[in-house]
Design a protein around this ligand. Structure first.
Ligand SMILES: Cc1ncc(COP(=O)(O)O)c(C=O)c1O
Length: 427
């Protein structure tokens, strides 16, 4: 009896020790650390600039360094088109245009198209997605003429025969000369012309109308970098995209009986632009996000670009214990199981498309959930954040996130030196 009891006790103790050992083995290490000097300095600059609310910061030197990297890769072989939606601020776009020496923009949104036509009248604009014809009509309604000559400087994007006929009607109704570029599907399968056989009809309509002119192709292939190795990986997908592009170019030349190499043959985006070496049909490449490198662009093909955009936001409350309503008795156990959940920091705002960046080791509490007002971030006891200190996050994308904070705070030489307005939408 006694032996039996002892054995049970022994087994129980072994089980408890085993579970504790397993817990210890699986327990994440303390990943917390205070701000490295880059972020500590940026926080001081924001304080000196009197900022005390969620702020989108662009590091101008990093932005310009990314622009230089891009220019080096293009090596003069390709023209460069700035993807305006990914850098949605006129001074930001102008900084990139100036540094890369381009006047070409890709635009995706009618209100921003009107803004650009008015504020940057010297630009050459290609639409990045086909607009409903009513949005195109609205562009002309709102465009007061000015120095931007849409008949020369604007290329509408057309993805189907049907849309082309709608645009032709608009052109005829208003007697508007229009340049049209054709969206071609080179593997992304986001629409556009899918077969070269579709070209003769479409080009026939364009050629037959003196108001319309064919200005080139747009074939976008960001899927290339996501293709797993087991089905050939990026090299094979890239090659396939180029073959498809070439097929469209060859077919167009055959139908038109002339070369189209002098037209705009647009391709790429940040994830793929570095794959181009000049042997492809495209003569210009577009990129935007890579200039500020949001977290979704941490890709092997952008390894030489640096993150240049951050959300800075003040800590409102710093609590030494993380308490989840209803689970208060477990606070100690949860902090023991994961030391990176020991402390709770409530930040000003939150729930952006962004990931915590500094101090190191911050994360969202999956049980407590999100808040756009005061979001809880957890961190380890190694982090000494106090109320009014800064937390930095990296946007995962730029196009929408940049529009949520008012003017961009431009960081350069250790100070916030300028404030750049972001795009605003009218009616
Ligand atoms: C047609 C087209 N080209 C290029 C891009 C690349 O933009 P980014 O460099 O910001 O990824 C995009 C992004 O959506 C796009 O839709």
């Amino acid at each position: 009896m006694e032996v039996h009891w002892n054995r049970r006790r022994f087994l129980t103790a072994a089980a408890v020790l085993g579970a504790a050992g397993l817990g210890l083995a699986l327990r994440p290490r303390d990943r917390g650390a205070n701000h490295a000097s880059y972020y500590a300095d940026l926080g001081k600059a924001l304080d000196r600039a009197g900022r005390a609310r969620p702020t989108l910061v662009v590091d101008r030197q990093r932005l310009l360094a990314n622009a230089d990297v891009l220019r080096r890769h293009l090596e003069g072989r390709h023209d460069y088109r700035v993807v305006a939606k990914s850098l949605p601020s006129l001074p930001l776009i102008e900084a990139v245009m100036q540094r890369t020496g381009t006047d070409r923009l890709m635009v995706f949104h009618q209100p921003f198209l009107n803004l650009i036509a008015e504020a940057l009248p010297g630009t050459d604009v290609l639409l990045g997605k086909p607009m409903p014809v009513a949005a195109a009509a609205r562009f002309y309604d709102q465009h007061d003429g000015g120095a931007f000559d849409a008949s020369r400087q604007l290329q509408w994007l057309i993805d189907s025969d049907e849309r082309l006929r709608q645009y032709r009607q608009l052109a005829q109704q208003r007697n508007l000369p229009m340049r049209v570029s054709l969206e071609i599907d080179v593997g992304l399968h986001r629409g556009g012309l899918t077969h070269v056989e579709m070209l003769s009809e479409v080009l026939g309509v364009i050629e037959a109308d003196p108001l319309l002119s064919f200005s080139g192709f747009m074939g976008y292939e960001p899927h290339v970098v996501k293709i797993p190795g087991i089905i050939g990986g990026p090299p094979r997908a890239f090659e396939k995209a180029q073959t498809r592009y070439q097929d469209f170019v060859d077919a167009a030349e055959e139908i038109l009986g002339r070369s189209v190499r002098d037209l705009v043959l647009n391709a790429a985006g940040s994830p793929t632009y570095q794959l181009y070496d000049g042997d492809e049909p495209a003569n210009e490449l577009s990129a935007g996000s890579g200039l500020v490198k949001p977290a979704d662009f941490d890709l092997a093909t952008l390894a030489d670009h640096e993150p240049a955009a951050f959300i800075a936001t003040p800590v409102i409350k710093a609590l030494s214990t993380t308490k989840v309503p209803g689970l208060e008795p477990l606070a100690g156990v949860m902090a023991w199981l994961n030391p990176n959940r020991a402390k709770a920091f409530f930040i000003y705002g939150g729930y952006w498309k962004a990931v915590p960046e500094s101090p190191a080791g911050l994360s969202i509490n999956p049980i407590y959930g999100h808040s756009t007002n005061q979001e809880m971030l957890n961190g380890s006891a190694s982090i000494d954040l106090r109320p009014d200190d800064w937390v930095f996050l990296r946007p995962t994308q730029s196009e929408q996130v940049f529009l949520q904070f008012g003017d961009i705070a431009v960081y350069d030489g250790g100070e916030i030196v300028e404030h750049w307005p972001v795009f605003a939408e009218g009616a």
